[in-house]
Write a protein that binds this ligand. Structure first.
Ligand code: TMP
Ligand code: MG
Ligand code: ZN
Length: 201
């Protein structure tokens, strides 16, 4: 594997729609790092308290202890000197400084694992994720299963009272399967979206 270099840090990023197994994959990698006797710290933004305040948690019930950060710079403040691996879950909710923090730590020789939504409910890039996707050495896009047609799902549908949420609704809305479902491009609906073909022409 190209990322298993004997020295030097790197950024590996795991993205995809909700219910695609991002946090599950993060926990898998963190557990394996611990078996390899690495010193690991896991962080998550304060905003996401869905399943637990001080754990990262997958929709399937897996969880792992995490430190809460209000802003990306807090990660540097909380970093222990002997840490060799850091993981950040739900990175789409952090401020854009998170990309600088990831770069700084990778440059210092740490392994940096980032997970988050690549796209918001509108199907548009979510916060700092695209920046980190560009910079990461490795990017994995995971897929859920479209609940409408059974195809691989790349998008997250937000439903308000069972109806697709409007394009102009606020981007941030914490929740799980009471508001969101995984869908493929074809089944993903965003009323109010203006088709952007030729927008910059
Ligand atoms: P998950 O990727 O671990 O399933 O969690 C995604 C979180 O992001 C969840 O709390 C819902 C939230 N969210 C938004 O705030 N806005 C969005 O547009 C989408 C798709 C999810
Ligand atoms: Mg998750
Ligand atoms: Zn579909």
């Amino acid at each position: 594997m190209p990322y298993l270099q004997p020295k030097g840090g790197w950024i590996e990023l795991i993205c995809g729609s909700m219910f695609s197994g991002k946090t599950e994959e993060l926990i898998r990698r963190v557990r394996r790092a611990e078996i390899a006797r690495q010193r690991v710290q896991v962080f998550k933004p304060a905003i996401d308290n869905r399943y637990s305040v001080n754990h990262v948690a997958s929709h399937d019930g897996l969880h792992y202890e995490a430190e809460i950060v209000e802003k990306a710079a807090d990660i540097l403040a909380k970093l222990r000197p002997d840490t060799t691996v850091i993981a950040i879950d739900e990175a789409q909710f952090l401020d854009w400084t998170v990309a600088d923090v990831a770069r700084l730590l990778a440059d210092r020789g740490l392994r940096v694992i980032i997970t988050g939504l690549d796209l918001d409910f509108r199907g548009e890039p979510f916060g700092p994720m695209p920046l980190m996707m560009a910079e990461a050495e490795m990017v994995d896009k995971l897929h859920a299963i479209c609940v409408v047609c059974g195809a691989p799902a790349s998008r997250t549908q937000r439903l308000i009272n069972g109806q697709p949420a409007n394009y102009h609704d606020p981007v941030i809305m914490v929740g799980a399967n009471e508001v969101y479902e995984a869908r493929c491009r074809d089944c993903h609906k965003v009323p109010g979206r203006v088709e952007a073909l030729g927008r910059d022409a």
